[in-house]
Design a binder for this molecule. Sequence first.
Ligand SMILES: *Cc1c(COP(=O)(O)O)cnc(C)c1O
Length: 384
Amino acid sequence: MFNSGIVSRFSQLETPFYYYDLGLLRQTLQACQTAANRYGYHVHYAMKANFNEKVVSTIQSFDFGADCVSGGEVKAAIHTGFDKNKIVFAGVGKSDKEINTALDADIFCFNVESVQELEVINELAAAKGKTARVAIRINPNVDAYTHHNITTGLEENKFGINTWQLDDVVAALGKLPNIQFLGVHFHVGSQITNLEVFKNLCARVNELAQWFEDKGLEIKVLNVGGGLGVDYYQPDTNNVADFEAYFKVFADNLKVVEGQEVHFELGRALVAQSAALVSRVLYVKNGQKKNFLILDAGMTELMRPMLYQAYHEIENLSKASEGSHIKYDVVGPICESTDCFRKDVELPESFRGDLISIRTAGAYGEVMASGYNLRDKIQSVYSE
Ligand SMILES: *Cc1c(COP(=O)(O)O)cnc(C)c1O
């Protein structure tokens, strides 16, 4: 991702900033598209992972659909040029205003998370003389074996409709004239690295799709969500996720009948590796028990480590990595004790002014930036 030319370019710039490698982004998108096309799969980009304009328009240019979780994202997807027939809208708490935005945009499908939401969408669609296409988001009770804060497909999670409520869904669908049932939707979690999880998901999808067919409801869309993980430990040697292996799990395990479409919603795996947060060392505090590197970036620029103990590789771009190393707690300037990127990071001896890069920051990074402490808005720098 970095070479001496890029680092010398950085030395002229004000920090902190997100650095986007657009070549790597395109390489990743191409790998995903090629693997998905083998099976005729439809891939929607989960916009919440990164809504940087340049990133999103690059993704749009590869002809992906968009997976939105707010009215704002639906508007941004339309604005970027995503085909409205490829926009899906999920979320456990869609407001009336957001539903109306999506109805006005004539999006492809609402992924509906409760019977009550189904009734509200029906009512709002009727008021506009429209029919809303929906998929039912089912909580399949499949363990994603990922961090508990990013697990979504267990019965204890707020997402989706639990299977014992599906009779109510079928009854409601029969009574709501402004709703068109398209199929079923699932999303069991994020940063999933064990492909067995997706195999387990396929088994549940097969059962549940059959259940709907038995009730006389035809399934046109099988939307299996996203969640494919990336390698946060080896961002250079493993910079593109294994999309071939991922889609093959579905090709081998998902039962698809004539006329059915299979949809995916990938966020992290498409964008995570293509960005780094670049920061400067402000101060070095050498203590008796601990050494601290105090950066000019903190949780206001990248919150993942503080929010769910996420691991990111950290490197000193100004120093050769050979030679003796010192352990530092790499922390930000924010007035919170949790404002720490990682403890006991082995780095070459570091000094005020050194450039530090925090890798694999393209997903759930810039999008979660906040103005806490009245910090300046984080800037972005691009490879081209
Ligand atoms: C966040 C989200 C995704 C994308 O998850 P990733 O782990 O980034 O692939 C997909 N679908 C839904 C419904 C989501 O909320």
